[in-house]
Ligand binder design. Structure first.
Ligand code: NAD
Length: 277
């Protein structure tokens, strides 16, 4: 099977590139994360998605250093957790993340969840704007924001998020948020792109996979790519990492898209952003 060396990049609304496929790293501890990052970078990944909440930023930084790939060639995302919402709190949380990663800057810093009940995401965003202006994050964005949370940021703050990282997979296609993001020039980044493994149970996806002589994971990742999503499948297995990158030499047809559209269930695997926190 041919290997794609590096995935293509999409261009964010601030003009900076983001690899369309990155490695999600929720779950592994520091040791496992360090090995996964080394393997992913050797396979061709140039983007890693971690978060303070994942408690493996130190492992991610260690993996980056062990790989010996120049820092500027790798896109690193981390996120501020809910306990650290607020202007001063977010600035401190960012310092801790940067120190755990052992980096001088991150490529993308995200608000992990809006936590509307706390009602502090606007202040948190102002801290991210400050971090951006100081050059310690190259870009800033959000995760799990509904359109009305984004509209509030547009009204009350200055800088537009470059991405909105949301739950998105065949069983939960999050179409309204995806369309809103696109209208506003914000890239949609799909978390749990494989539905945390649920996609592997679908007979329809197995049939499409058989038709294209591909794996179900490849069909679903290709579907994300064709929708224009940035996608961050999680794996710590080098063979699977490679498989998940290797989706740029085939295309899905209209019937495949129609079948996948019909797999929508409306059921999230994670929390509802309007209620969480
Ligand atoms: P996922 O949808 O990426 O599925 C991961 C599961 O699929 C794992 O069990 C993995 O072993 C398996 N898998 C991966 N590739 C495979 C392959 N080729 N063949 C067979 N099995 C394969 O689930 P996820 O980890 O929940 O999501 C991916 C990333 O999204 C996370 O690691 C994290 O970085 C991010 N995330 C963000 C949020 C958020 O709130 N912003 C929430 C959840 C996840």
């Amino acid at each position: 099977m041919p290997t794609t060396l590096h995935p293509p990049v999409l261009v964010q609304n601030d003009g900076l590139p983001i690899p369309q496929i990155g490695l999600g790293i929720y779950g592994p501890d520091d040791n496992e994360a360090a090995d996964a990052v080394v393997n992913a970078l050797a396979t061709g990944y140039r983007s890693i998605d971690t978060a303070a909440f994942y408690l493996n930023e130190a492992g991610v930084g260690e993996g980056l250093r062990r790989s010996c790939i120049p820092r500027e060639e790798v896109h690193v995302t981390t996120k501020v957790w809910g306990d650290d919402h607020g202007y001063d709190e977010a600035l401190k949380a960012f310092d801790r993340s940067l120190s755990s990663l052992g980096l001088e800057y991150v490529d993308l810093y995200l608000i992990h969840w809006p936590l509307p009940a706390k009602d502090r995401y606007v202040d948190t965003w102002r801290a991210l704007e400050r971090i951006l202006r100081d050059g310690r994050a190259k870009s800033i964005g959000v995760s799990n924001f509904q359109p009305h949370h984004l509209e509030r940021l547009f009204a009350d703050t200055e800088i537009r998020p470059v991405v909105n990282q949301i739950e998105l997979h065949p069983g939960f296609q999050n179409e309204a948020v995806r369309e809103f993001n696109a209208e506003q020039g914000i890239l949609t980044q799909a978390w749990s792109p494989l539905g945390r493994g649920r996609v592997f149970e679908s007979a329809d996806l197995m049939k499409i996979a058989q038709k294209h002589s591909r794996s179900v994971a490849q069909i679903v990742i290709r579907w994300h790519v064709e929708l224009g999503n940035v996608v961050i499948p999680k794996s710590v297995t080098p063979e699977r990492m490679k498989e998940n990158l290797n989706v740029f030499d085939f295309t899905l047809d209209e019937n495949d898209h129609k079948t996948i559209r019909n797999l929508e269930t409306g059921a999230r695997t994670g929390d509802n952003p309007d209620l969480f926190g």
